[in-house]
Design a protein around this ligand. Structure first.
Ligand code: TYD
Length: 133
């Protein structure tokens, strides 16, 4: 998981507040084709439990906090997202799930592809065997 880590987001801070900025192909390592956000969350319910064949995503917790586990079929690591000036790359072919959401969490996700259910792998064993190819 060495290449997968929380990335600092360029942030301009002054007495008026903070402004964080992400530019495609620069801070986010892909062209941004889709944005979605997860909110109205709670501590009990977990999300994800899938990998994407081609979709690459960049997640920023812009309010509250949550955790994301990334698994590359060899090892896994939990990342805590609690700061709007940090983002996490969820690359293609990375099994991931999100949990421990605060009630006020807003998780913003940028993606390089439009939504396509066929891009999902929902079965962990299928994910593992696809990683071995
Ligand atoms: P999903 O990607 O499974 O998210 P999570 O694992 O966090 O639950 O999406 C949940 C639902 O939302 C599913 O019915 C598909 C739908 N959805 C879209 O219609 N468009 C999108 O861009 C995304 C991400 C999800």
């Amino acid at each position: 998981m060495n290449n997968l880590m929380l990335t600092p987001i360029k942030t301009v801070s002054d007495h008026r507040g903070k402004l964080s900025v992400l530019s495609e192909n620069l801070d986010v390592p892909f062209k941004i084709r889709r944005i979605y956000y997860i909110y109205n969350t709670n501590k009990i319910h977990e999300r994800g439990f899938h990998a994407h064949k081609e979709t690459r995503q960049f997640a920023i917790c812009i309010k509250g906090h949550c955790k994301i586990e990334l698994d590359n079929a060899n090892n896994s690591k939990v990342y805590e997202l609690k700061d709007p000036c940090q983002g996490l790359l969820i690359d293609s072919m990375i099994w991931h799930y999100m949990f421990d959401f605060s009630d006020d969490c807003i998780l913003l996700v940028l993606a390089n592809k439009l939504y396509d259910e066929n891009d999902y792998i929902h079965d962990y064993e299928e994910f593992k065997s696809n990683c071995e190819i």
